[in-house]
Design a protein around this ligand. Structure first.
Ligand SMILES: [Zn+2]
Length: 366
């Protein structure tokens, strides 16, 4: 028996918020319409709420899921700096099987919370990416693995093998990899049709001309970037993933209003699983409240788009962010009042309010 769900309230997707109803059957949208016009479907369960497409977590380090203890109260650098920061020591001393298992659990949690895509920076070279592939084999999430070659100087054979296994390369920062290495890696990505991404201006401000050369497909953080830096990033059409809880844990506020003013394309990620649960819902709420706390409020629709729309665009799958009858977008139902839908979704959508219409197992894409 296919589950039939009639949701009345609001629809919120790439086309913005609007009142309406959505009929969902077997996890797919079969009809969408204006409020008050929902026909009486026999056997349909009626729910009042908001329907959105599935969100994407645009920045994680899933391998870090091997440790969920309180992080030491030292500087961020001592935890995440390669090659001997705490996380790299933990990764080195943990068996591959345990790492695969930890990543599988993190992916399962995101799946339960409605997430359908993740962009991961995977350490540990070719084998690190292979371990992530093993962990995600049965996951319905689209897992974008950005790997990192281990050998310095670069070993062309390793880079080639890495790009066979990975969707691209995600490096630590421009300061850690010289211009020559960055250019070689970016060129290798271009040649293979893969993505090149890096962290930038997280703890200290870095020169914008350095992290934009070669031009990356994606930047992460820019916590310390100046308004001029952000404008240069926007002019170069490079989207930026912000991870506000991760920044806050180390005492740094990332004022997202500056990104909006500079017209930067924003995505949202939860960063190291060692430091934060990979919950995009918590990230959304924190980002919104932090802006209010700083008396720099931003439109919740900006945050909605950063998790539900921009990442699908970046992935080249914009239709995943637009709900329509017979379309590929996966509908997520939130049992929330339909007034101010973006505000509701951003600040109130804790995981227990999500009703994820079941997709028949055979239709999962993995
Ligand atoms: Zn990161």
């Amino acid at each position: 028996m296919v589950e039939r769900l009639l949701v009345e309230g609001a629809v919120l997707d790439a086309d913005g918020p609007r009142p309406g109803y959505v009929l969902i059957e077997g996890g797919h949208v079969v009809e969408i319409g204006r409020p008050g016009f929902a026909p009486r479907y026999p056997g349909a369960r009626r729910v009042r709420g908001i329907v959105t497409p599935a969100p994407v977590n645009a920045h994680t380090h899933l391998g870090d899921a091997v440790s969920v203890r309180e992080p030491p109260r030292v500087g961020l650098e001592e935890v995440v700096r390669p090659p001997d920061g705490l996380k790299f020591r933990l990764l080195a001393e943990t068996s591959r099987a345990r790492k695969v298992d930890a990543m599988r659990r993190a992916l399962a949690r995101m799946e339960r919370e409605g997430v359908r895509g993740v962009i991961d920076f995977r350490e540990e070279g070719v084998d690190g990416v292979a371990a992530l592939r093993a962990a995600s084999r049965r996951s319905p999430l689209k897992v974008v693995a950005l790997g990192r070659p281990l050998a310095r100087p670069l070993d062309p054979g390793e880079v080639d093998a890495l790009l066979t296994e990975a969707d691209g390369i995600g490096i630590s920062s421009q300061a850690e990899e010289g211009a020559q290495i960055r250019r070689t890696l970016a060129r290798a990505c271009r040649t293979r049709g893969k993505r090149y991404a890096l962290h930038a201006s997280e703890a200290v401000r870095e020169p914008v001309e350095a992290y934009l050369d070669p031009r990356p497909d994606l930047l992460v953080h820019l916590t310390q970037a100046s308004p001029e830096d952000l404008r240069a990033v926007a002019d170069a059409h490079v989207p930026v993933v912000v991870c506000v809880r991760s920044n806050a844990l180390w005492g740094r506020a990332n004022d997202l209003a500056r990104f909006v003013e500079a017209k930067v394309r924003l995505l949202l990620g939860t960063d190291n699983v060692m430091l934060h649960a990979p919950s995009i819902w918590r990230e959304l709420e924190f980002a919104y409240v932090a802006q209010r706390l700083a008396r720099r409020p931003i439109d919740p629709l900006v945050l909605f788009r950063a998790a539900f729309v921009e990442p699908w665009d970046w992935l080249g799958l914009p239709e995943q962010a637009r709900l329509g009858a017979g379309g590929p977008a996966v509908p997520i139902v939130l049992k929330l009042p339909p007034e101010d839908p973006a505000y509701q979704v951003v600040t109130r959508a804790t995981e227990h309010l999500i009703l994820r219409p079941a997709t028949p197992r055979s239709e999962r894409t993995g």
